[in-house]
Design a binder for this molecule. Structure first.
Ligand code: SAM
Ligand code: SF4
Length: 329
């Protein structure tokens, strides 16, 4: 599956629900209106769409949300998609989670074929965690992370860099990830969806964060590339890997290998653009996959060259109107 710019699409990210049991201040407003459940693709329909992508050359699937583990019976989706790992058609099945329900599901995820997971954690401080997530309990996430480790899952921690909120913790988080054997990724805030706070107040440039970390740690550029907006370094003192995700810079679009499916079956060819293709209609129109495969091909034929994000104070509207929880992180 090649797009008009010659990039192979090998990575599908699937948001299985727009709902979440937390309300991180940079992600959602407190009183979010969620989609009516009848609009969602069923788990069987999600499996059909994912499997169609695998048949077209997708090698990696990430399940995200919203919080993927709050969707009822979502583990059956992992178990069913695991068949593509067994046949070798798929290299990786993974998920991004807030960790709240990880303790009870880690073992099942591992058995379904999941080997690595991303857990989002913006602070190591219980009070701060509650403030950022509006009501979360950090101990529940720590329990989830311990369970994931015990189940043999490799954990990567995702942290959104928030000005004046967690910027004094980055040295401590880098050390903690090093001790625990976790890779760590720092993410710049992206202008997605209306929230109560001003995004400009939250935005912290990772160029600045990296400069500060370099005052204390030896960061060596690393060749590892994910095809996404992350640049990786290895920390000489811990041996751990740190990624910097800078979505507002354009320097990664030329290697973009991914598309995103929402829980209602909309396919977004770029996180930072509004163009989308409806895959729910072709899925429901026919038991056979021909209309679906054709719709996917048409959509990939429209994948844009790059995104249009801007964060500026005079730009009161968000860069894209949908929240991150719609298309997943
Ligand atoms: N609920 C899961 C979680 O928190 O990991 C999965 C979905 S969440 C939308 C995926 C990632 O996107 C999280 O790491 C979150 O911190 C990040 N995120 C959410 N809103 C964001 C924004 N506006 N800018 C940058 N990252 C954002
Ligand atoms: Fe929920 Fe994840 Fe968004 Fe936080 S970042 S509100 S955990 S979807």
């Amino acid at each position: 599956m090649l797009d008009p710019f010659g990039r192979a699409v090998t990575y599908l990210r699937v948001s299985v629900t727009d709902r979440c049991d937390l309300r991180c201040v940079y992600c959602m407003s407190e009183d979010m209106a969620f989609l009516p459940k009848r609009e969602l693709l069923s788990l069987e329909e999600l499996d059909r769409v994912c499997s169609a992508f695998v048949s077209l050359g997708v090698r990696k699937i990430r399940i995200t949300g919203g919080e993927p583990l709050v969707r009822r019976d979502v583990l059956t989706l992992f178990q069913n998609l695991g068949r593509h790992l067994e046949t070798g058609a798929l290299d990786e099945l993974t998920l991004t989670t807030n960790g709240n329900h990880l303790a009870k599901h880690a073992e099942t995820l591992r058995k379904a074929g999941v080997r690595r997971i991303n857990v989002s954690l913006d602070t190591l401080d219980a009070e701060r965690f509650r403030a950022i997530t509006r009501w979360g309990k950090i101990e529940t996430v720590f329990e989830g992370i311990r369970a994931a480790k015990a189940a043999g899952l490799k954990v990567k921690i995702n942290t959104v860099a928030l000005k004046g909120v967690n910027e004094d913790e980055f040295d401590g988080m880098l050390a903690w990830c090093g001790d625990e054997g976790f890779d760590w990724t720092l993410i710049e805030t992206m202008p997605m969806g209306e929230i109560e706070d001003d995004r400009m107040d939250q935005y912290l440039s990772l160029t600045e964060v990296r400069r500060r970390l370099e005052g204390r740690w030896t960061l060596r550029d690393n060749d590892h590339r994910s095809g996404g907006p992350a640049r990786y370094v290895t920390v000489a003192e811990t041996g751990g890997r740190v990624g910097f995700i800078t979505p507002l810079s354009h320097n990664f679009c030329e290697s973009c290998n991914r598309v995103r499916l929402t829980c209602t079956g909309k396919l977004y060819m770029c996180l930072g653009q509004d163009d989308q293709a409806d895959l729910r209609a072709p899925v429901r129109a026919s038991e056979g996959d021909e209309p679906l495969l054709q719709a996917i091909h048409e959509a990939i034929g429209r994948k844009p060259e790059g995104h249009d994000f801007v964060i500026e104070r005079r730009n009161a509207v968000p860069g894209v109107r949908r929240h991150m929880s719609v298309t997943g992180g």
